[in-house]
Design a protein around this ligand. Structure first.
Ligand code: GDP
Ligand code: MG
Length: 737
C-alpha cells in the first residue's frame, strides 16, 4: 500500500495550490469523520512509486483552540501519517515556523516546503534554506507552488523520509526558568502512570496542560482523574505565580519562548534583507545594538561590572549592621551564660556560624535583584546568544551558556539547577562537558567567601576584584571544557538554536518576588544545612579537647602569674572597672592571662579532630599558603561552600582572646600574620576550582548517568584547584608579594 503523507500549513500558505500541483486530477473530496471540515485526498506518483496525500485544514497552531486545529491534530495522532509536508510561507517565515515547531515537538517526521519564494524575493528577502535545514535537522525545499517549481525535489525528500525508519527525537524547547521545572515535574507525573501513553508523548501532554488545551485535559481526566487533578493543580500554581511575578500566564510564556526560539534561529543567517528595514520590530531594533558584534560585548562587560559595583556599594552599610548585630548577640550570650561547652556551642557553633552566612543576605539580595532585572527584561538571553560564538570555540554549545549563567556565571546562582539546565543540550558530549564545568562558576554560596576575602584584603578595588574573579572562573571553565572535549569527551558539535524572548519592562513587584524567592532559598539553607554543619564542625573543633595534665600546665601557669602579682591586683581585675582606669600592673597581668588563654584555646583546637585533619594536611597545603585553619574550612566547604566562611568564623573566634569584642571576621583575618593578599588570592583560586559541593556532585553523577563522573569532578577539580593555587602562591611569593 502507498504510504500516506499529510500536507499541513498556515491558511494561505499555498497548501491547496501545492496539493493540486502534486496530485493533478487524481483527488477526491470528503469530510473528516463527524465534522463539517472538508477533507481532500489525492495520489502522487513518479518513477519511485505512489504516495497518498491528505490536505489538512490550514492552522496557525496545534492547540485545540479551534475546530481546524483539533481536526488536524487528531488526524496526525490517530492516522499517524508517515511524513508531514509542512508548507511554510517564506515571505512570512517567523509566523509560519510557529506551526513547524509544534510538529517537531510532537516528534513527527517533517519536511518543509519553503513556498512563495518568488514573493520573498520581490520583497528583498533572501532565505538560506540549507542553513534552516541544518539548524532544524529536517529537509527544507524551496518551492513556488503556483509554477510548480521545487515540486520534484520536495517529493524526493518526502520519499526519502517515508523510507527512513527511525523516528526523529522530539524537539525540546526551553520555556524559561519559571515554566521548565514545572514542565519537567509534570512530565514525570505523566510518564509514571503512563497517562495518554501510546497516543501522545509525556512532555507534549504536559505542555498541553500548561497551554490549557481542553481536549487533552478532558481525555486526561477521563483516563485518570487523580493524576489529571494533580497536573491541573500544578498548572494553577504556576499560573498564579506567573501572574504575580510577570503579570502573564503560561500560554503566553510558552508562545513567547517559541517565537524567541524562531527569532534566534532566523538570526543565525537564515534570512538576509536588502534595504527596507522599517519592518523590524522594536525588539529586533534593540537587538541590532545590544548584540552588535563590537558594541554588544562592550555593553555586556559594562553591565556586569556595573552590577558588581552597585551591589558592593549599596550593600556595605546593611552588611555592617548585620555583622554588628551578630557581634552584639554573641556578646550578650557570652556575658549571660556560664563558661562551658553549652556557651561555646551557642556562640562559636551557632551564632558565629549562621551569623557569618546571614550577614551577607543584603549583598546577596542586591545581586539577585540585579540579576532578576537582567533576566526578566530579556537581556540575559542576549548575553547567552552573544557568548555562543565564543562557546563553540571551546567545544561547547550555545545552550551551555544558560547553564553557566544559572550556575552563577554572573555571580549568585547555583550549580544544582545549572546541572539540570544542561538537559536542553542534545549532544551528549557537549552536555557532559558542560555538566563538568558549570561548578566553576561563582555560585551564590561562594559569593560570601569571595566577599569576605575581597573585603578584607583587596578593599581598594572590590568591584574590579569581583569582576576579575568572574573572568577567571569563566576562563577556567572554558579551558577545561576545551581540554575535556579534545581528550576524554571528544566528538562533533551540533548546530544550535536558542530562545530570544522579546524585551519587556520588568515589573517592580515581579522583581521583588524573584529576588525574595532566591534570597529565601539562601536563608533556608543557612538555617538548615549550614546550621547542622556548623554544629558538626564545632563538635569536630571542640572534641576531644586537652587532656588533664595538659590543662593543668595552663592552670598552673595562670596561678603562678596571679600569685606573683598579689591579691590586690586580682581584686582590681575582678571588680570589672573600665579598662582605662586600671593600674599598670593590672593591665599587664590581664594581657598575660589573655595570651595564656589564647595559647590554650589554640592548643585545644589543634588537638581536636578537625585540627588534626587540618594539621595533617598542612605540610601539603602550605605550598598554596593555607594553614590548618583554612584546611578545616575548606573541608567543610565540600558540604556547602558558605560553610567556608562560617568555619573560619568558628576557627578564629575559638582562638580569640576576648569573645566579647570579637570584631568582624574580615578584621580578624586582615590582622592575622598568617594572611596576606597573596594568600587570599591563592584561596580564591582554590575555591573557584575545587570539588563542587556534595549536592552538586550527586546531581552531576545522576545527570551524567554514572558515579564515575561524580568522582571525576571531585578529584579532578580539587587537583586542578590545588595546582593553580600553588602556582599563584609560589609565583607570587617569588615575585615578592
Ligand atoms: P491555502 O489557504 O494554503 O490552501 O492557500 P492557497 O493554495 O489557496 O493559496 C493562496 C494564494 O496564494 C493563492 O492565490 C495562490 O495562487 C497563491 N500562491 C500559492 N503558492 C504561491 C507561490 O509560490 N507564489 C505566489 N506568488 N503565489 C502563490
Ligand atoms: Mg486551501
Amino acid at each position: 500500500m502507498a504510504p500516506t503523507i499529510a500536507l499541513a500549513g498556515n491558511p494561505n500558505s499555498g497548501k491547496t495550490t501545492l496539493f493540486n500541483a502534486l496530485t493533478g486530477a487524481r483527488q477526491h473530496v470528503g469530510n473528516y469523520p463527524g465534522v463539517t471540515v472538508e477533507k481532500k485526498e489525492g495520489t502522487y506518483s513518479d518513477q519511485r512509486g505512489q504516495i497518498h496525500i491528505v490536505d489538512l485544514p490550514g492552522t496557525y497552531s496545534l492547540t485545540a483552540y479551534s475546530l481546524e486545529e483539533v481536526v488536524a491534530r487528531d488526524y496526525l495522532v490517530d492516522e499517524n501519517p508517515r511524513v508531514v509536508i509542512n508548507i511554510v510561507d517564506a515571505s512570512n517565515l517567523e509566523r509560519n515556523l510557529y506551526l513547524t515547531l509544534q510538529f517537531l515537538e510532537m516528534g513527527i517526521p517533517v519536511c518543509i516546503a519553503l513556498n512563495m519564494m518568488d514573493v520573498a524575493k520581490n520583497r528583498g528577502v533572501s532565505i538560506d534554506s540549507d542553513k534552516l535545514s541544518d539548524i532544524l535537522n529536517i529537509p527544507v525545499v524551496p518551492t513556488i507552488a503556483r509554477s510548480g517549481m521545487g515540486k520534484k525535489e520536495l517529493m524526493a525528500s518526502a520519499f526519502w523520509l517515508t523510507r527512513r525508519n527511525e523516528q526523529p527525537s522530539p524537539l525540546n524547547i526551553s520555556y524559561g526558568d519559571d515554566v521548565d521545572p514545572v514542565l519537567e515535574k509534570m512530565t514525570r507525573d505523566i510518564r509514571k502512570p503512563g497517562l495518554l501513553q501510546g497516543r501522545y508523548l509525556p512532555r507534549w501532554v504536559a505542555l498541553k496542560y500548561l497551554e490549557n488545551d481542553e481536549q487533552v485535559i478532558s481525555l486526561g481526566r477521563k483516563e485518570n482523574p487523580e493524576v489529571s487533578n494533580q497536573l491541573e493543580e500544578r498548572v494553577a500554581r504556576l499560573a498564579d505565580h506567573l501572574k504575580r511575578t510577570l503579570s502573564t500566564y503560561p500560554e503566553a510564556v510558552i508562545a513567547d519562548h517559541r517565537y524567541g526560539y524562531i527569532r534566534s534561529l532566523i538570526r543565525q543567517g537564515v534570512i538576509s534583507m536588502e534595504g527596507d528595514q522599517d519592518r523590524l520590530h522594536l525588539s529586533d531594533k534593540i537587538d541590532r545594538v545590544v548584540t552588535h558584534r563590537f558594541l554588544g560585548p562592550i555593553m555586556m562587560a559594562a553591565v556586569l561590572f556595573g552590577l558588581y559595583h552597585v551591589t558592593f556599594t549599596f550593600s556595605e552599610t546593611p552588611v555592617g549592621w548585620l555583622e554588628g548585630f551578630f557581634g552584639w548577640l554573641g556578646g550578650m550570650v557570652d556575658a549571660n551564660l556560664a563558661d562551658g561547652l553549652f556557651k561555646s556551642l551557642i556562640t562559636a557553633g551557632i551564632i558565629d556560624g549562621v551569623g557569618g552566612v546571614l550577614g551577607f543576605v543584603p549583598l546577596i539580595m542586591l545581586m539577585f535583584f540585579g540579576i532578576s532585572i537582567l533576566q526578566d527584561s530579556g537581556y540575559l538571553a542576549r548575553v547567552a546568544f552573544m557568548l555562543d560564538r565564543v562557546f563553540r570555540v571551546f567545544g561547547l554549545h550555545g545552550a551551555s551558556v544558560m547553564a553557566f549563567i544559572v550556575s552563577g556565571g554572573i555571580a549568585g546562582g547555583c550549580a544544582v539547577p545549572g546541572v539540570m539546565a544542561t538537559r536542553t543540550l542534545k549532544s551528549p558530549k557537549e552536555r557532559l562537558a558542560t555538566l563538568l564545568t558549570v561548578p566553576f562558576m561563582n555560585c551564590g554560596a561562594k559569593l560570601p567567601v569571595f566577599a569576605l576575602l575581597v573585603g578584607a584584603f583587596l578593599s581598594e578595588g572590590r568591584a574590579g576584584a569581583m569582576f576579575l574573579i568572574t573572568v577567571i572562573s569563566w576562563g577556567g571553565a572554558l579551558l577545561v571544557a576545551r581540554l575535556l572535549r579534545s581528550t576524554a569527551i571528544r566528538g562533533e558539535s551540533t548546530p544550535f538554536v536558542m530562545e530570544l524572548p522579546p524585551y519587556r519592562f520588568p515589573t517592580f513587584k515581579g522583581l521583588l518576588i524573584h529576588t525574595w524567592e532566591r534570597t529565601w532559598q539562601y536563608i533556608k539553607k543557612a538555617g538548615t544545612i549550614i546550621l547542622s554543619i556548623s554544629v558538626l564542625l564545632w563538635a569536630m573543633m571542640t572534641f576531644p579537647g586537652l587532656s588533664e595534665p595538659e590543662t593543668e600546665v595552663y592552670n598552673n601557669a595562670r596561678e603562678a602569674l596571679m600569685a606573683a602579682e598579689g591579691p590586690s591586683v586580682m581584686a582590681e581585675l575582678e571588680s570589672q572597672t573600665a579598662p582605662e582606669t586600671l593600674s599598670e600592673s593590672a593591665v599587664t597581668l590581664n594581657a598575660q592571662l589573655a595570651s595564656l588563654d589564647a595559647q590554650q584555646a589554640e592548643a585545644r583546637l589543634k588537638n581536636s579532630i578537625a585540627g588534626r585533619i587540618g594539621t595533617a594536611l598542612e605540610p601539603v597545603s602550605r605550598l598554596a599558603g593555607f594553614d590548618w585553619r583554612t584546611n578545616i574550612a575548606l573541608v567543610g566547604g565540600f558540604a556547602a561552600k558558605e560553610v567556608v566562611v562560617s568555619t573560619l568564623g568558628t576557627a578564629y573566634s575559638l582562638g580569640e582572646v576576648d569573645t566579647g569584642e570579637s570584631g568582624s571576621l574580615g578584621d580578624v583575618l586582615s590582622a592575622s600574620p598568617a594572611w596576606s593578599p597573596l594568600v587570599a588570592w591563592s584561596l580564591i583560586i582554590f575555591i573557584i576550582f575545587y570539588a563542587p559541593c556534595f549536592v552538586a556532585v550527586v546531581c552531576i553523577a545522576r545527570e551524567a548517568g554514572s558515579w564515575k563522573w561524580g568522582a571525576f569532578s571531585m578529584l579532578f577539580n580539587t587537583l586542578l584547584a590545588f595546582t593553580l593555587a600553588v602556582a599563584v602562591f609560589q609565583i607570587g611569593s617569588a615575585l615578592g608579594f
